[in-house]
Design a protein around this ligand. Structure first.
Ligand code: ZN
Length: 322
């Protein structure tokens, strides 16, 4: 993206929007069964938490692991439940074809997934539901998605398959400073408001192009745990675009960012935005096919070179995925 006012908008060519969302879950096996088995996402990478290599880091997405489709988890077998509050991501929404919400409602009834009745938000039909850890999720029915590519190797027919992220909602005390970062740095525009929620969107409706800010002054602060989102990552086309965002955040928004960290599949910087949510900026490159072919994504435990010498010990302590 650029900062001269000429954003590279244009449908799926946009590199603005969410790159991935990372959350905390309970047992890895249950997490895999839900996201792969019930939601039909592809496990695109099975690796470990680089900062805690005795635990998994599981990445789910579409068939190719496209930025904007990636939901990742740090599963901890003994994780205490989180509590939603101010400074946290409230809900993570995927998008599905508009006509598929009825099919999904039946599936949730069949599989015993706690869910709400379909409601209208900003003119769209939305089906809210929870994962086994109580994480707040939703499916948004979006017109025109039928023709978009979908992962066909999963348990959900391609016609109804999740197409990636719709967006996330953030529960924060005061929304202005966060909104300014979204519009000034990440290519979003303020497009609508409904009650206490302000919607920011990337023009052209790309994957993960919506951030809803729910202002909830006076709410308790959240507590991180199972079912909590740990951070939201935004896309950068490359290192130069990421660096330009860092400079903008530093000079115009008073933010302090980490050094760049190599996450094997992308390169990342992090900062805690003014509302308290941990944001990341992740490069599109190199992507998930860097260490295994696309057709075999997620099949083997992949470790970064630095952890490879400890593979036997790591494999011995990782829980069985079933
Ligand atoms: Zn991340």
């Amino acid at each position: 993206m650029s900062f001269d006012g000429n954003h590279s908008f244009g449908g799926n060519r946009s590199t603005d929007g969410i790159h991935h969302v990372t959350a905390i879950s309970g047992p890895a096996r249950r997490n895999l069964a839900f996201y792969s088995g019930v939601l039909g996402l592809r496990l695109v990478k099975k690796t470990v938490n680089f900062d805690d290599p005795g635990t998994y880091h599981l990445y789910f997405g579409d068939g190719a692991g496209t930025p904007g489709t990636i939901l990742t988890f740090f599963p901890w077998e003994q994780a205490a439940p989180g509590r939603l509050g101010v400074g946290q991501t409230q809900e993570t929404a995927f998008r599905v074809p508009e006509g598929s919400l009825g099919w999904w409602t039946h599936r949730f009834v069949d599989k015993g997934v706690p869910h709400e009745t379909i409601e209208k938000r900003f003119g769209e039909s939305v089906l809210a539901f929870r994962d086994p850890d109580g994480m707040r999720l939703a499916l948004a029915g979006v017109r025109g998605l039928e023709a978009e590519p979908a992962w066909e190797g999963g348990d959900v027919p391609a016609a109804h398959a999740i197409r990636g992220f719709h967006g996330v909602s953030l529960l924060i005390d005061k929304g202005e400073a966060t909104g300014a970062i979204l519009t000034d740095v990440f290519g979003f525009e303020r497009v609508a408001a409904e009650g206490s929620v302000t919607r920011y969107a990337v023009r052209g409706n790309p994957l993960g192009g919506i951030i809803d800010i729910r202002v909830a002054g006076g709410f308790l602060k959240g507590r991180e745990g199972a079912g909590s989102v740990h951070h939201v990552a935004f896309r950068a086309a490359d290192d130069a675009a990421q660096q330009a965002m860092v400079e903008r955040l530093t000079t115009q928004h008073g933010q302090r960012l980490t050094e760049q960290r190599d996450r094997n599949y992308f390169r990342s910087v992090y900062f805690r935005e003014p509302g308290g949510v941990l944001f990341e900026i992740a490069t599109d490159a190199p992507g998930f096919a860097v260490d295994e072919p696309t057709e075999r994504l997620g099949e083997e435990l992949k470790l970064p070179a630095g952890l490879e010498p400890m593979r036997a010990r790591i494999e011995a302590v990782l829980p069985d995925l079933g």
